[in-house]
Design a protein around this ligand. Structure first.
Ligand SMILES: Nc1ncnc2c1ncn2[C@@H]1O[C@H](COP(=O)(O)OP(=O)(O)OP(=O)(O)O)[C@@H](O)[C@H]1O
Ligand SMILES: [Mg+2]
Length: 226
């Protein structure tokens, strides 16, 4: 599903010095895998996630998603691939405050120009999957943090991605809500064969993943299966 080979990312600091964000990363993550990326602050986790999510390009090396070589593509082609294959779970949920729950869930389908009827049906189905069918007309401000996170997950489901990426997606939640959300994610992985890659500082969460990838100073230093 995801294949990185020889990925380097070099940043220029304001003083002109170069910093390595990532050094020679070689990594394959298969369809349906649930992988956690762990490592100290500044080790390159977000840099890696930005590349996986096609939000940033590596300085050198190859990234393939579903066999498609990203480096060869135009920005327009890359956004099309991102819209179709990838969904992000954000710590801040990224829900639009003016839209109600079902409209928020529909949003990725609007961008893909899916007709209204189909969109509504898909969004409703996704809200049912996370148990929020009775809250579909609520705006985010009238939902609890956990419910907002569920809306965000429903939005992810409705867009039927191949890959779900999250950079500390549960970081802002209390422990009980966090566990609830992780159980939902785990069920979804088992159910649909979606590839999930989450960055986390929390070893409890990492232990829930099938695979743990440890990064330090831009290098993969450990890669093991739970
Ligand atoms: N746009 C940028 N310009 C310059 N340096 C950057 C940039 N983005 C990241 N870096 C540097 O690259 C390294 C890796 O940063 P990254 O954000 O990937 O760390 P991280 O593992 O996500 O850390 P955290 O756990 O604190 O979120 C750091 O040394 C950081 O200062
Ligand atoms: Mg980070």
């Amino acid at each position: 599903m995801i294949a990185l080979s020889g990925i380097n990312k070099i940043f220029k600091r304001p003083d002109g010095r170069q910093v390595f964000g990532l050094k020679d990363i070689n990594l394959e993550i298969g369809q349906g895998e649930f992988a956690a990326i762990v490592g100290p602050s500044g080790s390159g986790k977000s840099t890696l996630m930005n590349i996986l999510g096609c939000l940033d390009k590596p300085t050198s090396g190859q990234y393939k998603i579903k066999g498609q070589l990203i480096g060869d593509k135009s920005d327009k082609e890359i956004s099309a691939i991102r819209n179709k294959e990838i969904s992000f779970i954000f710590q801040s949920y990224n829900l639009l405050t003016k839209l109600n729950a079902i409209e928020n869930v529909e949003l990725p389908l609007v961008y893909r120009k899916i007709p209204l009827n189909t969109r509504r049906t898909e969004a409703y189905r996704a809200l049912c999957q996370v148990g929020l069918q009775d809250r579909m007309l609520y705006k985010p401000s009238h939902l609890s943090g956990g419910q907002q996170q569920r809306v965000a997950i429903a939005r992810t489901l409705a867009s039927k991605p191949s890959v779900i990426l999250g950079d500390e997606p549960t970081g802002a939640l209390d422990p009980a809500t966090r566990n609830e959300i992780l159980n939902i994610i785990k069920d979804l992985v088992a159910l649909k064969g979606i590839t999930v890659v989450l960055v986390t500082h929390d070893m409890d969460i990492a232990n829930m993943a099938k695979r743990v990838i440890k990064i330090s100073e831009g290098l993969i230093i450990e890669d093991y299966k739970n």
